[in-house]
Design a protein around this ligand. Structure first.
Ligand SMILES: Nc1ncnc2c1ncn2[C@@H]1O[C@H](COP(=O)(O)OP(=O)(O)OP(=O)(O)O)[C@@H](O)[C@H]1O
Ligand SMILES: [Mg+2]
Length: 248
């Protein structure tokens, strides 16, 4: 088998007395959609934060394309093509959608002094094209703080695509999205994977979504890896069922 795009090996991370991740090992295969599930507080976001360099890990190894990245910082890892979105969206509320798109690619920015007029027309076109891709074209000149929460998440997804990542880590992309719009979002995530060739690693609480999207799913519970498998295996895994039932 070819080398995985991301290889997390025995990663542990504690916050004071809380062991958020305990010797977690997972792999993300290039070109695929991998899912990450687990009850609230099971350590999913912590694992994402460790992978993208948001905080140092206590022990273990994280490799991207075979290279150790666990000592690198967020911008260094982003430059390698590994990006994430947040559980709570991070957009510039006072700017419109197109401006948010342009500001999300600082390394492709022509000059800093004349920020908006300095962007080349091709970047503007790309921004509009991606806003159309996520269904926000009609809203492109609206101040993004005035978008609904679901629309802000779509904008954040488009902003991530603007960076042409090799792999995108999505933290609960459908949370807060109207159920009638979720199928459209699943379709866009699949298209980003298939048409743009972006490997996706997706945290998701909505079981229908993750079972539909991911080829391989990992389940965390209490910071430890509980199970791994194809959707049908995970769905029928008694340990996974118990972890979710036990969480309520
Ligand atoms: N910066 C931090 N400081 C202290 N504790 C933290 C920090 N980040 C996470 N934790 C703790 O680590 C544990 C795992 O949290 P994490 O956010 O990774 O869970 P999660 O699986 O993403 O949960 P959810 O599904 O609710 O988003 C929790 O007990 C949480 O309180
Ligand atoms: Mg989380």
């Amino acid at each position: 088998m070819s080398q995985p795009l991301i290889a997390v090996e025995k990663v542990s991370k504690s916050f004071g007395g809380v062991r958020a991740n305990s010797a977690v090992s997972i792999t993300v295969e290039e070109g695929k959609i991998t899912g990450l599930i687990g009850p609230n507080g099971s350590g999913k976001t912590t694992l994402f934060n460790s992978i993208v360099g948001y905080h140092p890990i206590d022990s273990g190894s994280i490799k991207f394309e075979g290279r150790e990245i666990s000592k690198l910082l967020v911008p260094q890892i982003a430059r390698l093509g590994l990006l994430r979105t947040f559980q709570q969206t991070r957009i510039y509320a006072e700017m419109d959608c197109v401006q948010n798109m342009l500001i999300s690619v600082p390394h492709r920015n022509a000059t800093l002094t004349d920020m908006f007029r300095a962007y080349p027309a091709e970047l503007q076109d790309e921004a509009e094209h991606l806003l159309e891709f996520v269904g926000l074209y009609q809203k492109r000149h609206l101040i993004s703080g005035d978008l609904s929460f679901g629309q802000q998440k779509l904008l954040e997804f488009a902003m991530a695509l603007m960076n042409k990542p090799k792999v995108l880590l999505l933290d609960e992309p459908t949370a807060g999205i109207n159920p009638t719009l979720i199928n459209g979002l699943i379709d866009r995530l699949k298209r980003a994977n298939q048409e743009f060739g972006i490997t996706l690693f997706v945290i998701e609480h909505n079981m229908r979504v993750v079972m539909n999207l991911a080829e391989n799913i990992y389940c965390l519970a209490h910071g430890e890896l509980l199970a791994e498998g194809h959707p049908e295996e995970i769905q029928n895994d008694q340990r996974v069922i118990d972890a979710y039932l036990g969480a309520h």
